[in-house]
Design a protein around this ligand. Structure first.
Ligand SMILES: Nc1nc2c(ncn2[C@@H]2O[C@H](COP(=O)(O)OP(=O)(O)O)[C@@H](O)[C@H]2O)c(=O)[nH]1
Ligand SMILES: [Mg+2]
Length: 233
């Protein structure tokens, strides 16, 4: 199944070239027909220019946005320009936290009839290494707060593939960091599969998660819960 995977970037010059090379290796080794769309928010460190240079050699394009407009909106904008033949759309971070070795499993899951395949830290076989305990607690609390919305365990995962038809016509809120939660809560994907992987903290660059994004997450949850109450009454 052809797919397009969006990588939102802000100041990821330290790793983006290696990531694209390694993704291309994974595509070739597993006969995957994937397109990479990097959505760069005019990173001061020149991430966008690096991607433009790689576009002649690798299946990658860069969507340049004028400034730091947010992770979720970046993924949504990237999906808008995905090639029409891609039946699956996905997202992945640029910092190697998301293990590219499980990408073939995500693709195969969709080929096997799942509408959504999520890279998951919170199912058997998954985990987290070298994350500061504060981040682990934040992530667990974030997942617990959203648990009533879905059976999926790693609700805040930013690593997934979804059938395009499952989100077509669905109004995805571009707020904040958690585009995966929007898809999980609103998509019409039928069966979902969580594929375990071990999340590793970034080795280069800096995290962009800050208190503002945590507040954005709470706002997003409030809207999702309000939408549920409204639609069930
Ligand atoms: N285009 C874009 N990408 C962003 C923005 N904020 C974060 N990202 C990217 O989103 C991904 C996840 O961000 P990261 O800082 O690693 O978050 P963390 O893993 O939760 O600490 C990375 O690839 C970032 O470069 C943004 O405002 N715009
Ligand atoms: Mg990260």
């Amino acid at each position: 199944m052809k797919f397009s995977i969006v990588i939102p970037t802000y100041n990821e010059s330290g790793g983006i070239e290696r990531l694209i090379r390694e993704l291309d290796d994974v595509f070739k080794a597993n006969a995957l027909d994937g397109e990479i769309i990097v959505v760069d928010d005019n990173s001061p460190d020149g991430t966008g220019a690096i991607v433009d240079r790689l576009a002649t050699e690798f299946p990658v394009r860069c969507l340049h946005r004028p400034g730091k407009l947010g992770l979720s909106s970046g993924v949504i904008d990237g999906w808008r320009i995905a090639r029409p033949e891609s039946e699956a759309l996905g997202a992945m971070d640029a910092d190697f936290s998301h293990d590219i070795a499980i990408l073939p499993k995500l693709v195969r899951a969709l080929e096997d009839g799942y509408g959504l395949a999520v890279g998951s830290r919170y199912v058997r076989g998954g985990g987290i290494t070298n994350w500061p305990w504060k981040r682990i607690v934040t992530s667990k609390v974030a997942c617990a707060l959203a648990q009533p919305l879905t059976r999926i365990k790693d609700i805040t995962s930013g690593y997934f593939l979804v059938r395009r038809s499952a989100i077509e016509g669905v109004a995805l809120d571009p707020i904040g960091f958690k585009i995966g939660l929007e898809v999980i809560a609103k998509g019409h994907y039928g069966k979902a599969l969580e594929v375990p992987y071990v999340f590793t903290d970034r080795v280069v660059g800096e995290s962009k998660l800050n208190n503002k994004e945590i507040v954005n997450y709470l706002k997003q949850l409030r809207k999702l819960y309000a939408g549920r109450i409204f639609s069930s009454s």
